[in-house]
Ligand binder design. Structure first.
Ligand code: HT7
Ligand code: ZN
Length: 855
């Protein structure tokens, strides 16, 4: 397969200022007529190239005249037409079969709906077009379909007209006045009900809001609607950005390759990020709905009004938009807890990516298949890079930079460099060295050693940075790393101020004066930079910070590091002082001033995968054993406190208030430790919570706790859950996911069985992810020494690749981490990657991921 390189970018030969699309919709046979106004871009004589994927041109007309067969030709699926003038009208006709489209890219059928997904390169599966984000067009779209089966017809922009035909069909005309790239095109046809609302924008314009779902799902859309209204208001308040069309529609679909899609004026969502009610959605699901609704809405400016020049600039819209949605969610809830959650996700997904064979910079240099680059690096590390700029600039200057960026590039296809230049000019900062964050892959390691000289009262902070080699980048240049630090006086428990240090050299020394006694270092406060920090702080220092640091992230981090040190010691077979951890946990849960949601985060043990990241060679069994043992110890030593906390946090009725959510989080943590303690009545208490809960947050947590054990209650709860929720796809996903995540010795066999379950299907990406995606994130089970876990996931990839290569390719990365494991496991993982690569007709998506993973 061809490699696409960033350095090969050339402006388009032809532009398409306007396009009219006429769809005659039917699941078995849809007819698409496209009329493109094309203009020659520059002085050249190159032909017009219209991308196509699986399309057969049934008619090709230029300026109204049908072309003879030798006036056009096909090249690798694309339509090539030689043109003589500066501007022409091109008409093409193609037929599609949406019901046979199992890739879920282009026009496809899902649960009785017809819908589209065009990002990144799906539009070429709908009609012939220059499918690249720097070709911006005004769209006029006419949809015709059977009125009984598809009473609702939606497309981008504003509705213009509609009518009924004699033959039982009807039509609708939509017009989008904003020029957009074709990846933002969308249509939906179906029998949908609407949660309708309105929003008056800051300039006083009224916008009709609609969330479209199956009639039965309407009661589950209130949270999404509130999130949408909050998002629109937030973007006005924080970025001064107003919504621009008369309508904003969202449609929920069951089969979707990703979370959602920001199509102009017509967002299409995976239903898991729209539907929520207490019976079926956890608090995490509610937060997911709020965050993804906001993310897609924010794309209207960071992505749609200002789009990407080419796909190498993907982080321009995705990193910035994640940064925006993270800040929105923080403003809607707790800044401290949101930061902790975001860092946990970054470490789990992005740090792993950055240290493996698929590591790439946030602005990659090349790709084979762009769908493989919708990664945690582009999204989450991309957001961290923007966050660092915002930190260095401060709120006001960052806003000046973003204003300049939006105003200067409105209606354009921009680059990451354009964004950085706008920050430099608008914010007044030199980002020359900082640009390396766009170029270099890999997570920087920072060593921070504190030296105190009692005689002079000086403190030296010796900082060193190094960035490990990554594929294609053996040597790295020092990065510009903003580190927020504070030095605590252990006697008073206070510090003299939080400072922002810029680490720009490979080695750097910072001196502080006036310290009679050695202070304690609090560093990377607020996780100011996406780096791994190593310090010479003692367990006592960490215990101190876990109790006294006034930066909530640093406080959480101190607690985590305290636990990591104990666990890593235990895994290495060293004698360890786990009493320090127990004391820190006791101290945290007894502090009445702390937010319960923060407490629940702080007392959570580091995940098995995170512990694996701390080791030279991951030993899944030793990690599991050490973590279980510490959990048991914390559970048993503090058992009365857990019991008390569990009953104290029981609510009288469901509420979504931050206090109620915090209480549920703490209650679930208490249950978890109580059961981990080995208390005889633990499973019964968990089962009672499972049974009595009036919300999914508590019910699923109880199920998960039981699923980790071997009690009789375990099987009963699993059966009851299935019988109660088997009819509801999203909740059934939880049933699969909870079992696949279970820290249970038989998980690998159970996953095998679940893969054969009648409710399992490869045709729904959520279902696949809830079983195999969850399983491959369960380190202990997936890395079962038999290699059976690897085989199960490889079997799934091979079978899924035939119908949905994008989703199949997303399952490959866990198999590529073989260098981190012992020789036996590495050989077993490599064998599965080789087996995958040997499959005839393997997709470009899986080929790229599997071949890079073997290197
Ligand atoms: N911008 C959207 C990306 C997306 C996508 C990418 C590849 C394949 C399918 C997809 N569906 C949506 C989502 C977002 O980041 O907002
Ligand atoms: Zn996005």
């Amino acid at each position: 397969p061809t490699i696409i390189r960033r350095s090969d970018y050339r402006p388009p030969d032809w532009l398409v200022p306007a396009i009219a699309l006429d769809f005659d919709l039917d699941p078995a046979l849809t007819i698409v007529r496209a009329t493109l106004s094309v203009t020659r871009n520059g002085d050249h004589d190159r032909p017009l190239r219209l991308d196509g994927d699986g399309l057969v041109p049934l008619e090709v007309k230029v300026d109204g005249t049908a072309l003879a067969a030798d006036d056009w030709h096909m090249e690798a699926g694309s339509l090539i037409i030689a043109l003589s003038g500066a501007a022409h009208s091109i008409e093409t006709l193609v037929e599609l079969a949406p019901e046979s489209n199992s890739k879920l890219m282009g026009l496809y059928a899902s649960g009785g709906l017809l819908c589209t997904q065009c990002e990144a390169e799906g539009f070429r599966r709908i009609t012939f077009f220059p499918d690249r984000p720097d070709v911006l067009s005004r769209y006029s779209v006419r949809l015709t379909a059977d009125k009984a089966r598809y009473p609702i017809l939606l497309a981008n922009g504003d509705p213009v007209d509609q009518g009924v035909l004699d033959d039982g069909r009807h039509w609708a005309l939509w017009n989008d006045p904003f020029p957009k790239p074709c990846y933002l095109f969308a249509l939906v046809a179906g029998d949908l009900a609407c949660n309708a609302d309105r929003f008056v924008t800051m300039s006083g314009r009224e916008v009709q809001l609609g969330i479209w779902v199956r009639e039965a799902d309407l009661p589950r859309t209130a949270h999404a609607m509130q999130a949408l209204k909050n998002s629109i208001a937030w973007d006005e308040r924080v970025y001064g950005r107003e919504y621009d069309l008369d309508v904003f529609n969202i449609v929920a679909v069951a089969d979707f390759n990703f979370g959602a899609m920001e199509n102009k004026g017509l967002n299409i969502f995976n239903s898991r990020y729209i539907l929520a009610d207490p019976e079926t959605a956890t608090d995490i699901d509610y937060d997911g709905v709020e965050g993804v609704v906001a993310h897609e809405y924010f794309h209207n400016w960071s992505g749609n009004r200002v789009t990407c020049r080419d796909w190498f600039q993907l982080s321009l819209k995705e990193g910035f938009t994640v940064f925006r949605d993270q800040n929105f969610s923080a403003d809607m809830g707790s800044h401290a807890v949101k930061r902790i959650e975001d860092v946990r996700i970054l470490r789990a997904a992005q740090f792993q990516e950055d240290s493996g064979p698929l590591a790439h910079p946030i602005r990659p240099e090349s790709y084979m298949e762009i769908s493989n680059f919708y990664t945690a690096t582009i999204y989450n590390k991309g957001a961290e890079i923007i966050r660092m700029m915002a930190l260095m600039l401060g709120a006001e200057r960052f806003r000046a930079g973003s204003d300049l960026y939006f105003d200067r590039h409105d209606g354009q296809a921009a680059t990451c460099e354009d964004f950085v230049v706008a920050m430099e000019e608008g914010g007044g900062i030199d980002l020359t060295q900082f640009r390396r964050w766009y170029e270099q892959a890999g997570t920087p390691h920072v060593r921070a050693l504190l030296r105190h000289d009692a005689a002079t009262g000086t403190v030296d902070l010796d900082l060193q940075q190094s960035i490990p080699p990554t594929p294609g980048q053996p040597d790295k240049q020092p990065m510009a790393i903003p580190l927020r630090v504070a030095l605590f006086d252990p006697a008073t428990g206070t510090h003299h101020g939080d400072e922002l240090l810029m680490l720009t050299e490979a080695q750097q020394n910072v001196r502080f004066e006036g310290f009679a006694a050695p202070p304690i270092l609090s560093i990377n406060r607020g996780f100011s930079a996406p780096v791994i920090v190593e310090t010479n702080r003692s367990q006592d220092d960490l215990a101190f910070l876990s109790a006294r640091d006034d930066d909530p992230f640093a406080r959480y981090e101190a607690m985590q590091q305290l636990m990591v040190n104990v666990l890593v010691g235990a895994i290495a077979g060293q004698p360890v002082d786990d009493a320090a951890v127990v004391a820190a946990v006791r101290n945290t849960i007894s502090d009445p001033l702390l937010d319960p949601a923060f407490v629940a985060e702080a007392i959570r043990l580091p995940s098995e995968a995170y512990l694996g990241d701390q080791m030279a060679v991951v030993d899944p069994d030793a990690i599991h054993a050490a973590r279980e043992s510490l959990q048991r110890r914390i559970g048993a030593d503090l058992a009365p406190l857990w019991r008390d906390m569990h009953s104290r946090t029981k609510a009288n009725g469901f509420s979504l208030s931050p206090a109620a959510k915090g209480a549920r989080k703490l209650r679930n943590a208490a249950l978890h430790y109580l059961v981990a303690s080995g208390a005889e009545d633990g499973p019964a208490i968990a089962f009672a919570q499972f049974h009595e809960a009036d919300n999914m947050t508590e019910r699923q947590a109880a199920l998960a706790t039981l699923a980790n054990g071997t009690s009789m209650e375990r099987d009963a709860a699993i059966d009851i859950f299935y019988n109660r929720y088997g009819h509801d796809a999203l909740t059934l996903d939880k049933w699969f996911q909870t079992q696949a995540f279970a820290l249970h010795p038989d998980t690998v066999d159970q996953v095998e069985e679940l893969g054969r379950h009648k409710a399992f299907t490869l045709s729904n990406p959520n279902r696949v992810r809830s079983l195999y995606g969850a399983f491959s994130g369960n380190q202990w089970a997936f890395h079962h020494r038999s290699g059976k876990g690897y085989q199960l996931v490889a079997d799934c990839i091979i079978a899924l690749d035939k119908r949905n290569p994008q989703t199949a390719a997303r399952l490959v990365p866990p198999l590529g981490r073989w260098k981190r494991f012992d020789a036996d496991r590495a050989a077993l993982m490599r064998a599965q990657l080789s087996r995958i690569l040997a499959q005839p007709g393997l997709s470009k998506d899986v080929t790229e991921q599997a071949s890079k993973s073997l290197e």
